[in-house]
Design a protein around this ligand. Sequence first.
Ligand code: FAD
Length: 153
Amino acid sequence: MPLAAVAKESEVDVLIIGAGPAGVMCANALAMAGVNVRIIDQRPAKVAAGQADGIQPRTIEVLQSYGLGERLLREGNQMHMAAFYNPSPSGGIEVNRVAMVTLHQGAIEAIFLDSMKAHGVSVERPIAPTSIELSQSEEELKDPNAIPSRRVP
Ligand SMILES: Cc1cc2nc3c(=O)[nH]c(=O)nc-3n(C[C@H](O)[C@H](O)[C@H](O)COP(=O)(O)OP(=O)(O)OC[C@H]3O[C@@H](n4cnc5c(N)ncnc54)[C@H](O)[C@@H]3O)c2cc1C
């Protein structure tokens, strides 16, 4: 399907281009905060499997702060000890031990996608902007109620 054929016009406070982990997490946070957000991605389908599979404890805490930690821990594989060997400042190698969860990227993104859906936001695919026009009017740019940029198509 041609990309332009599926694009629709809309007025939003935030347009997120790219529905990877950063985009879906941002869209979910904004949707939860009641911000009028739209998210698009040029890929026809979401990531189905691997890539970002290892989730550090601090990241788990961030998901917990959005109320999404329980599902992550339920669906993920919990690794109570993992050893990573890294260069040490003295020139040798040193071991870092961390406890973490592993869950494939498609499943992690699904947690955010489902949460976003509950707030009325879904990723629109496959859509890619061809250009973005920014208003040249200083007055419009300073007006918090104005929509001073326009995505084409
Ligand atoms: C093999 C592999 C293993 C990895 N393992 C781990 C791991 O274990 N742990 C970990 O934390 N990280 C891992 N990573 C890294 C992790 O996948 C990335 O850090 C993460 O995907 C980055 O997320 P992102 O949202 O910034 O970007 P991306 O995942 O790249 O998402 C960007 C999105 O934007 C879309 N896009 C780009 N340009 C446009 C455009 N012009 N218009 C519309 N859409 C657009 C793309 O289609 C894409 O969906 C791994 C990566 C790979 C490749």
